[in-house]
Design a binder for this molecule. Sequence first.
Ligand SMILES: [Zn+2]
Ligand SMILES: [Zn+2]
Length: 296
Amino acid sequence: MVRQTPRLGAHLSVAGGLHLAFDAARKVRCDAMQIFVKNQRQWSAPPLSPDAVRAFREHPQAARVAPVIAHASYLLNLASADRAARAKSLAALTDELQRCEALGVAGLVLHPGAAGDSDMSSAIRRIAVALNDVLAAVPDGRCAILLETTAGQGSAVGWRFEHLADLLAGVEAGDRVGACLDTCHLFAAGYDFRTADDYALMIAELDRLIGVRRVRCIHVNDSVKPLGSRVDRHAHIGEGEIGLAGFRHFVNDPRWADLPMILETPKGEDDQGRDYDALNLQRLRRLIRRSRTPVD
Ligand SMILES: [Zn+2]
Ligand SMILES: [Zn+2]
């Protein structure tokens, strides 16, 4: 029996056209990829042209680089206590979800939001209501909204598994909403998984509160900042506070077999001119044990 391994990939630029990300993906040997489906720092964008959709869906690499995950704009805040601000975020997320549907993207990763001055539980309630509205506005959608675990900077929602559990429980179309783990965020939020025992404890807690089946994507980033710092700074794999051992647990866990694992590490080249994404992917692949024992 051939053992299944996660689909390793990276967040890639769509400069010059969405479909060009597929070429970049093959160049650094991605099995999967993540993209922005519109400029992530602007509220509005021109609609996708039929040509852009066709070039993306019919790209020769589309069958090999899969799944494609999208990351929602950083501007969105579904938790905002301000009704107008929340409505703006809701409209923008609906537009992003519609773009994902047109492109055949499997999941749209979303930072749940920031509570601001309000308490966490009312912030979570506002997000859940907004998510229900977004999903109702895109009926029969196939792209799942994936709520990402956050580092807990400022008033960010989502740095405890309990937050995500409450959010998921508050959404009616449960199968259209899942979770995205981010290794850097987990670690910065205080979840330690550097030893096999700590990793097992963390995943047991995740399973009890959220359910491992709800996890549809994992962002693999090392952390510049220490455990529990609540500061989100991504480092190259093995070069941060997590270290290679923490990633070994993730890439060898049969529960994540076939799941996209996406790098969001700094871009560029090392001093020997090697592409950082290619290098980080290679580091992760070397951690995968080539075991002949079948996975149950
Ligand atoms: Zn992430
Ligand atoms: Zn981050």
